[in-house]
Design a protein around this ligand. Sequence first.
Ligand SMILES: *Cc1c(COP(=O)(O)O)cnc(C)c1O
Length: 409
Amino acid sequence: MVLDNGETPLNSRERRQTKAMKKETLLTTAGRRPRENYGIVNPPVYHASTIVYPSVKAHDESRKNKFAGVSYGRVGTPTTFAFEEAVATLEGGHRSVSVSSGLNALTTAVLAVVKAGDHILASDSVYFPLRVFCTEMLTRFGVETTFYDPHVAGDISKLIRKNTRLICMESPGSVTFEMQDVPAICKVARDAGVLTMIDNTWSGGLYFQPFKHGVDFSIQAATKYITGHSDSMLGTITAANEEHWLLVKQTATKLGTHAAPDDCYLGQRGIRTLAVRLSQHQENGLKLARWLQGRPEVARVVHPALPQDPGHRIWKRDFTGACGLFGIMLKPYGKPAVDALIDSLEVFGLGYSWGGYESLIVPSNPASIRTATQFDGTGPYLRLHAGLEDSEDQIADLERGFSVLNRHA
Ligand SMILES: *Cc1c(COP(=O)(O)O)cnc(C)c1O
């Protein structure tokens, strides 16, 4: 939050901390102001539509700059600002805007920068509903999308046209886990005057710092690890500088999108424990992935933190950790056998989303949605989320599942 005098309301002690401390420490304090709230540790939840002004003068001033403070519920309250400040700290960006869902964060960021006649580039591995937004909505408004091979790296230059405005990345892709060479793409984009955005949900914002690599906008489905408990829908857009932030904030305001106060509260609360949760998701995910590598039913484990993974070099270079989400390609079993496997599981729930405390499994058919590349893989594909259960129980569950699979094969 920025005060009327242009300063953030941190005192000098807090400012010193911000410079010196590690991210894990900053996440326990970012956006909190106990001294402004009776010493209460967490920010209060403000439910608001109307804001009453003390005078016409105050009202006039607010109309001149409605983003400077609290002007109307939809534009944000101190609960919203506390969450956004914590997210900006997490992502290492300038400022954040919170919206109603992760998908809404992606679409709002795109709409903030494109106009009729523009062209955008989107990775063939992007979140599927973003692909649908590009092909079924942006086309109606005269914005064309070209999907590109996620492994394109610096060769993205060959796809840039005179009217290319934006490059959308997602690394790793949240179903197929290809790693993108973000710094190489950003360098080409900068030189060509093209903006870049990344869906940073997989890293939780903690294990990948997009702004260090030249990204302009970083998006998260805060629905996933930030909230962390499968109980809210929330999205964030973090911008590299004030100009970009204003573009997004104005667009969100024009669209009328709004993150609800209880969800912002849950989001900022989740950030306090994000580092420990992610570390456990990572550990459980890697244990599962290594165990799965040794199973005869599995053709390939798709997890960039494994040395055998084609994306491992980039992951190791750019990331400081992995979350609990990865994929497996099975040997060519039939659908009835795979369905029986999934139906037999007790620890792993069958469902969309991820980033909550619980383990999930979902079948997927990536080959069916690709347009720029072919998804190589013949067997059934499953996406797994390693939750916070004991990993021995997770492994035992899948072991039982595999015996069901083999019985049906
Ligand atoms: C879930 C997800 C989204 C969308 O988030 P919602 O809050 O469900 O709208 C966007 N990107 C990725 C990578 C996701 O996994």
